[in-house]
Write a protein that binds this ligand. Structure first.
Ligand SMILES: Cc1ncc(COP(=O)(O)O)c(C=O)c1O
Length: 426
């Protein structure tokens, strides 16, 4: 019985997979908001290191993972196992076999470390002293704080106000790794000061936190900005997940019929599914596989948003990206899945949805927490509220569809227990 599929450490991928050359059409270029002309890579040098800008625009299918980053992946628990959810299958009378990839086993509890260590490494290599960033529920902030500690960088994290209140221990984790974490909107940036005290902005949003982090990076010497999702290089770093899954399914001689991942900005879904989508687009395999992105009904960017150019942040400081968006000023409900409270979606994921390569489904917070509780009881793992969107979707599909379903368990929910208490009335 191959219910737990493990890989040896030498199977940690040696390259990142870049989906750009395999996309069904060219990715619309990011635009300079002033001129509406494509931005020049140099325009980004104020906040990103040259190596990551090069990756962002690269047309190469594979990019070598530096040895130092592979070594960090090994220390942080890669390769991660693939599990079969046999008890969940039984409980829901599943028609399908259900597998899940365990990104919850990383030190900080989610997939976010995969790009955090890469971004910290490239910035340190180019002599940067500090990184600023945003975080929703705190998974990305914790991951970047750890990565900065590993590569001797300082770290400043703007944490969305609703999560800052609801997930207080995430701040402690960031502090333990030596980072500074402030609630956003904050009183340390001009944009934050403009919004503070206004009812509409009191819960904050990822768009606002991004604006604050960019403002600090753009105005400080030797300080760069790191983004936890959306951009091509971030999704590319996460493809270590999907490349491992390819090896794991070939070890058990199976092919997934449906791949399910939750989506906030798209990095978890992209990293999990792009290597397989690439094989499908190159017609080498996975021909009939369906790829399903699961999002909150409360923040329905892929299912209800428009496919158009928009800013990645609320203040309008980023280049314009062609993506599914609810509008940069959209103030999402303070749902517990803080990592999914983002108005836009990665341009690559958006293009694949627009061209019909992937599908999207949306789930309400109460449905998501019910699915999470069932998963905890049957499989013994308490999932992150974000990941639980994928669980709700996998359960939904498994009740009616035969074959093999695989979802990404992008994180654990051991620091989300207040959310569990509140939503499930425990
Ligand atoms: C556990 C977990 N899963 C998924 C996500 C979704 O983010 P993304 O779509 O950007 O990967 C997040 C974001 O913070 C997260 O913390």
């Amino acid at each position: 019985m191959k219910d737990v599929v493990r890989l040896d450490v030498d199977k940690i991928p040696k390259k990142y997979y870049n989906i750009l050359p395999d996309l069904p059409e060219e990715l619309p270029k990011p635009l300079n908001p002033g001129t509406r002309k494509p931005i020049k890579p140099e325009d980004l040098e104020q906040i990103f290191p040259k190596s990551l800008i090069k990756q962002e625009f690269s047309g190469k299918r594979y990019i070598r993972i530096p040895d130092e980053v592979r070594a960090a992946y090994m220390r942080l628990g890669r390769p991660t196992p693939l599990y079969r959810a046999r008890h969940l299958e039984k409980a829901i009378h599943s028609k399908a076999e259900i597998y899940f990839k365990r990104e919850d086993v990383s030190f900080t509890g989610s997939h976010k470390v995969n790009t955090a260590v890469a971004q910290a490494y490239y910035n340190a290599e180019e002599g940067i002293d500090a990184l600023t960033t945003e975080t929703g529920a705190g998974q990305w902030g914790s991951a970047l704080s750890l990565a900065c500690a590993m590569f001797n960088l300082q770290c400043l994290v703007f944490m969305v106000a609703s999560s800052f209140k609801g997930n207080p221990f995430r701040k402690t984790i960031m502090q333990l790794y030596g980072a500074k974490c402030v609630s956003s909107p904050s009183s340390i940036t001009s944009f934050g000061k403009k919004l503070r005290g206004k009812k509409k902005f009191e819960n904050g949003s990822l768009g606002i936190a991004i604006s604050e982090a960019i403002e600090v990076a753009a105005s400080s010497e030797n300080t760069n900005y790191a983004l936890g999702s959306v951009l091509n290089h971030v999704l590319m770093h996460q493809t270590v997940i999907g490349q491992e899954i390819l090896q794991q399914f070939s070890m058990i001689d199976k092919t997934p019929d449906i791949m399910v991942g939750c989506v906030g900005g798209g990095s978890n879904f992209g990293g999990f599914a792009f290597p397989m989508i690439g094989e499908k687009l190159r017609r080498k395999g996975f021909r009939d596989t369906r790829f399903v992105a699961a999002e909150p009904k409360e923040v329905p960017s892929l299912t209800k948003g428009q496919y158009r150019y928009d800013f990645g942040d609320t203040a309008g400081m980023t280049p314009l990206l062609k993506m599914y968006t609810l509008g940069k000023d959209y103030m999402p409900d303070p749902i517990r899945a803080g990592g999914l409270r983002y108005h836009g979606m990665a341009p690559t994921v958006s293009l694949l949805k627009h061209s019909g390569v992937i599908e999207a489904r949306a789930y309400r917070q109460d449905e998501v927490f019910d699915a999470a509780a069932l998963f905890a009881k049957t499989e013994g793992i308490i999932p992150a509220p974000e990941s639980s969107h994928a669980i709700a979707c996998a359960i939904d599909l498994a009740r009616t569809t035969e074959g093999v379903i695989c979802f990404n368990l992008s994180g654990h929910g051991l620091l989300d227990l207040q959310g569990y208490q509140k939503i499930l009335g425990l």
